[in-house]
Structures are given as structure tokens and as C-alpha cells.
Design a protein around this ligand. Sequence first.
Ligand SMILES: [Mn+2]
Length: 462
Amino acid sequence: MTNNSPYADRRARLAAQLGAGGIAIVPTAPERQRNRDSDYLFRHDSYFFYLTGFTEPNAWLVLEGNGRSTLFCAPKDLEREIWDGYRLGPEAAPHALGVDAAWSIDELDKQMPRLLENREVVWYNFATHKGLETRVDQWLQTVRARVRYGAICPEEQRDLCGPLDEMRLVKDAHELDVMRKAAAISAKAHIRAMKLSANMLRKGDDVREYHLDAELLHEFRLNGSQYPAYGSIVAAGANACVLHYRADVAPVKDGDLVLIDAGCELDGYASDITRTFPANGRFTGPQRALYDLVLASQDAAVAATKAGARFTDPHEATVKVLAQGLLDLKILDAKKLGTAEDVIEQRAYFPFYMHRTGHWLGMDVHDCGSYVEPSQIGETSERKDPLSGETITNRPSRILRPGMVLTIEPGLYVRPTEGVPDEFWNLGIRIEDDAVVTETGCELISRGVPVKADEIEALMKA
Ligand SMILES: [Mn+2]
């Protein structure tokens, strides 16, 4: 890897924000025990990976305000490598990763106080790594013990998440490239699961949610994805009304809708797609009516997603369409509630649509980044929530910029409710796509799997 790598570029951009006397400490994730001597599959820390591209456990990055970078990593150990696999090692790390220096992880406690000596500000991620503050304190104590020999101990500790989250919020070209690939793989996996569902039902097989989950995993791995980016939701029938349902053992029945919310992680980047489809390949009338309403609300949200708009604009566009549609379908009673504006004012849609229309997407499926516009953080307003009666302080929502990536995922979830036509009972529908904000609109990178009801029916035909 050369110094022109995206990682070197990010380190340089971060170093410029640390100040001349600043130094940043970034550990990767710890290994975690699952049971007895089995560990959970290791997954690097997103911040650490963002700055190094390095996926081994037991590693730390130290970055100085002048741009100098030091890596601590597991030392070469042929005997351990026979058991646990290849290690890069500190000798090869500078060339491979473009860092200026590298040490064995065994040197961490000895070298870190030397690195921290005579600095003004220590930066590290607050509240992300258990025990990190204590480690930093211990190193600073060592520095403090040397004050009487003329050493200066840093007086200030600052949260590195501040500058790093802002950087991660706007994706660079390398990140967008990987995210497009991840979304394309996930789209293919959704198509595969849809087809299997209809094919198995046509054969009269006993279809279970885990059969569809297996199709997702197969397609992810077949295309080089390391693992799902989050626990896949495969929810048949009424299970779709449970927002955080997982892929379980419930039967997928002829006449059911199936909601799949699943995306692969590829080379450190998440994708996040939801599709809702008829298990047998054909929507019923009420299913189709509700589906088309959610899709229309998504269309409105997509149209509202562009540079210069607020993060909340797609949500507001969604709610407008859903409120009118719920009245039209008589799921909400116009005689009691009035117009769509009244429904929105009273938040009467909330029992059927209780989540936001999107979130940032990146290395983490619910990616980092403030949802408040930093340039307007002091401009607060207050409103009273019509449902809880609580007073809520609003801050101006984030202004979207090109390169930000967010999901657009409206839904409707109709539990059995008196006064609601029972043809809609137990239907749960969500449609979720991944959008890259552009100057004039947004690029939907997850449309390798169709969303239009007719197109879904067409692909599920024998
Ligand atoms: Mn999502």
C-alpha cells in the first residue's frame, strides 16, 4: 500500500485537526469470548479500520498532530501463526500500511508514555471502548511521574469521535465504491430469497423463515461478503409487525407477506435493504393497497433527499403520504381525526408508523454522525408532543451534503385493532433503500432488487 491510500489520506486529514500538540490513540476492537475457548468471530473497530485498513486484532494506532503515525500490532510468532493464522507483524507494517513506525503490541505500555510526553492534548474515542480511559490514565500517570525530570504531561483529554464522526459522515470515493458493491450483493440476495419462497410453495414444501435466511447468507458469501452487516430479519406474516424480529423458525405460508430486512457487510462497509413480498409471488388486494401506499411514501422521501435538504425532510415527506393514505384506506377514521394535516399534527399515524424514515449508513449499519446541523447547534425551538404531552427541544436537523449516505425506509405495521378494517390486520410492510446524497438528488445504490409490486411479482413467477 502506498501513502496515496485512502487510509493515509484520512490520517493526514485527521492529524490536521489534532493541533500541533495533539496526539490521538485509536485501538481496534477487543476479541470476545463466546463460550469456553471459542471466541466470537473477530470484527475490527470501525474507527481503527477507517484510519488503517488493518483487520487484525490486538492493534493500536497512534497519530500525532504533525501527521506522524505509529502502529502497535501482534508480533510475528511462527508457532502462534500455525494455530491462529498469519500476522503482518511490526517489521512489515510500515510498508504494508504506510505508517511511519510500528512496534510489537508487547511494547504498548512502555512506548505509550514516551509518545504522550510533552503533548498538550490527548484525543481518544469517548464511551466506545470499555477500559480505554483507565489505560490512558495509567499511561498519563507514568508521564506525570517524570514531570520532576522536566517532562510535560498533557493537560487536556478530548473526544476523538467529534472530528472522526464528521469525517466518516461524508464518504470518500473509495468508500462509495465499496458501498455500491455491498448493496449490489445484498440486492441479489433479496432476489434469491424471493424466488426460493415462491418456488418452494409451488412445490408444496414446508417453507420456514430460516430457509430464506439461508439464501441470503449463501449469496452474501458467494460474492465475497464477510458476514451480514446486522442480524437479518426474515419475518413471515404477523411477525413482520415485530420491528426487531430475527430470522426464526416460523412457517412461511401461502398468502403471507414476508418482510426481509438484511444486508451484507463487504470489506468493512454495511448495506441495509428491506423488501416485503408475497410469499407465493402474488399480492392480495389489501396487501397490494398497503404496499403501494408505503412505496408512494418512499417515492416522496426519495424526491426529498438531496444536497441542501434537511435530514428530516424525507421523513416529513413520508409522513404526509402515509397520513393521507391511512385515511383513504379507512385505517384512520377521517370523521374522528379530520384531514391528513390533522393526523400529522396529532401524530395519529404513530401506532402504524413508529420509526424514523432513515439513518446514516456506512461502516456501521446505524453509522456515526450527528443528526443536528453543527452550524446551527445553538438555535433551539420547543414543541409539545401531542401523544406524551412532553416538551421537546428541537435543534435544526442536519443539512444533507453530497457523499452522505442514508437509508430511506418507510413502513406500515397494522396490528389487530378495533376500528381498523380486518383485511389489513397483521400486515407489516417496510421498503428500504440505500441513498447516496448528490448535488441534485440521490443515487439509490440498492435498486438491484426491484420495489414495484408488478416487478416483484414478475421476478417471482416460475
Ligand atoms: Mn435500516
